[in-house]
Write a protein that binds this ligand. Structure first.
Ligand SMILES: C[S@@+](CC[C@H](N)C(=O)[O-])C[C@H]1O[C@@H](n2cnc3c(N)ncnc32)[C@H](O)[C@@H]1O
Length: 289
């Protein structure tokens, strides 16, 4: 770990947890670079919110192993930079970029540290599917995003809905929706293995592993109001706010079922028949004033 990246104890243990999990996740995915040369890993929801990004400088926060970052560059025309705390993820992203025959900067850094120190400026800042819960000081992060955006630049976020984390496996209420100042501390699981292919579009390898992650990751719960108010407090103008009754790629709760028989809906998850719909994803577009 570079001594120039200051981390709290929670962030450092989160880094170690993601290092182990990311290696396990990538072991399930076949030849990602070759697949990414031909395909985009993005879902329609983020493509819609991002709009036309051809030729734009895009910063992807919490990019993990860069599959979506590479897709944004190779198939949606942006010039991308990816940032992630896990050195294992960043090394994998650089390797996959080489396999996909493209180059872009993958930066090993903590998001807030990067936002507060980079001299670079961007047209779009993007984060998705496991970004906001790692931002322990959301207001500082939105101020940092405002700092690195060019005037008129946009933040685009597609995230699992905070409400989705309140249910247990039987769909009973378990965790509070409102939990300011609380860390939710669990090891990052091998959820890619558990997804059985929904998160491995390049091809899925079932592995005989006894995956154990001794490191806890420390996430926080931001309500929708917390997210909106952090953007307002940073002086950003909210252009769109969306909620969706399904979760893309990730079976957030073992009770969730595939949305339907179509290929895309087999990678989207909803509550089982008989249960009412609830919001499982949230999206926001905000513009720098
Ligand atoms: C669920 S993954 C994000 C997946 C991502 N949306 C993608 O495109 O593949 C969460 C990532 O956040 C990273 N992370 C967690 N806390 C961070 C922080 N404070 N700064 C930078 N990255 C962080 C982890 O290392 C991990 O790679």
């Amino acid at each position: 770990m570079s001594p120039s990246i200051p981390l709290t104890p929670e962030q450092d243990e989160t880094r170690q947890s993601w290092n182990l999990a990311t290696a396990a996740h990538n072991a399930h995915k076949k030849d990602q670079g070759r697949w990414l040369r031909q395909h985009s890993s993005l879902f329609p929801e983020e493509v819609d919110l991002l709009g036309d990004i051809r030729g734009q400088e895009l910063l992807h926060l919490c990019c993990n192993s860069g599959q979506d970052t590479l897709s944004l560059q190779l198939h949606h025309g942006a010039r991308c930079t990816g940032v992630d705390l896990s050195e294992v993820a960043v090394a994998a992203a650089r390797q996959i970029a080489g396999d996909a025959e493209t180059t872009l900067p993958f930066v090993h850094d903590e998001v807030l540290h990067f936002l507060n120190h980079t001299p670079a400026r961007f047209d779009v800042v993007f984060g998705s599917y496991g970004f906001l819960p790692w931002m322990h000081d959301l207001r500082a992060v939105t101020r940092g995003i405002q700092r690195v955006l060019r005037p008129g630049g946009r933040l685009v976020v597609v995230e699992f809905h905070p409400m989705a984390w309140s249910f247990d496996a039987d769909f009973h209420l378990r965790d509070p929706y409102f939990a300011p100042g609380t860390f939710f501390s669990d090891p990052v699981s091998d959820y890619v293995g558990a997804a059985g292919g929904a998160l491995s579009p390049s091809g899925h390898k079932e592995l005989e592993t006894d995956y154990v992650n001794p490191h806890r990751s420390h996430a926080v719960q931001h309500t929708v109001a917390d997210i909106v108010n952090a953007l307002i407090s940073a002086g950003m103008k909210i252009e769109r706010l969306e909620e969706w009754p399904w979760s893309n790629g990730c079976r957030l709760n073992p009770s969730l079922v595939e949305r339907g028989p179509e290929e895309l809906d087999r990678r989207r998850f909803v509550p089982p028949a008989g249960l009412p719909s609830i919001p499982l994803m949230v999206g926001v577009v905000a513009q720098r004033a």
